[in-house]
Design a protein. Structure first.
Length: 259
């Protein structure tokens, strides 16, 4: 049974097309009725729209096999709360379309998603709101954000910076939060009853942002080199032995060939 990441794992960060072996791997699981959940931290498009895109490029992922942070947001932030949201314009539009009110005067919540060109004044505004008592919430806790072959600080890195600057604790909506993984497990149990985290293998290109937290819950981690990291030596030597993934492959094709 599997939890499978999307960006850098099933689709390439730059082309947004399937990685080598991704389509065949999903087809393999579907044909053999092997339980799986595709778990993404994507927030730039409404959930159904992004899943529709994945289907359109050949990844035949049924709706019941898919979970993203937007599907979890209402469990973290109420519609009556005032939100100062930071991220790309498509993300802000999605949040508005969900019925949330964006307010940048005296917000209850500072909500952070990914953006490649955050400005210093945006960070200054976030810090001011947090020092005034706003709660800090991240859509996910990714380590790196990759775009146009460049690597930027991920939401997790930004949350750590804001926490250090203000001493404000933060919560996370998507991966690798325990509530997100628990929801994915609950949905997986609809495919096979009695599933536990120890039954699940998680596949991702983000060791610290996905695999470490999943492995702490008892999952087996598989690291693919088709996304954030160009080779394993960029990240594996810095990890404690118990945080290191069980297996490393170049991409989904490598995993498929090992089955």
């Amino acid at each position: 049974m599997y939890f499978i990441d999307v960006q850098g794992t099933l689709i390439e960060d730059n082309t947004k097309l399937p990685t080598r072996g991704a389509v065949a791997f999903i087809d393999y699981l579907n044909a053999r009725q092997i339980p799986y959940m595709v778990i993404t931290n994507s927030t730039k498009n409404p959930s159904d729209e992004f899943l529709g895109y994945l289907n359109s490029i050949g990844l035949n992922i049924p709706r019941e096999h898919y979970l993203d942070p937007l599907m979890m947001l209402e469990g973290h932030i109420g519609k009556s709360q005032k939100i100062a949201a930071y991220g790309s314009e498509p993300f802000l539009e999605v949040v508005r379309s969900m019925g949330y009110r964006l307010e940048y005067t005296s917000p209850d919540v500072v909500l952070v998603a990914i953006k490649e060109n955050f400005q210093p004044d945006e960070y200054a505004q976030m810090i001011e709101f947090l020092l005034l008592g706003a709660a800090l919430v991240g859509m996910h806790e990714t380590t790196l954000y990759v775009k146009n072959h460049k690597r930027y600080p991920g939401v997790g890195a930004i949350l750590k910076m804001l926490e250090f600057a203000t001493s404000a604790p933060y919560t996370v909506v998507g991966k690798p939060s325990i509530p997100f993984f628990e929801e994915a497990l609950s949905r997986l149990s609809m495919q096979k009853a009695g599933v536990q985290f120890s039954d699940v293998t998680i596949i991702s290109d983000d060791v610290k942002g996905d695999l470490v937290g999943a492995q702490a819950l008892g999952m087996k981690g598989i690291f693919v080199l088709s996304g954030k990291y160009r080779n394993a030596d960029e990240i594996i030597p810095s990890l404690k032995p118990h945080d290191r993934p069980s297996e490393i492959y170049p991409d989904m094709q490598g995993i498929l060939e090992s089955l």
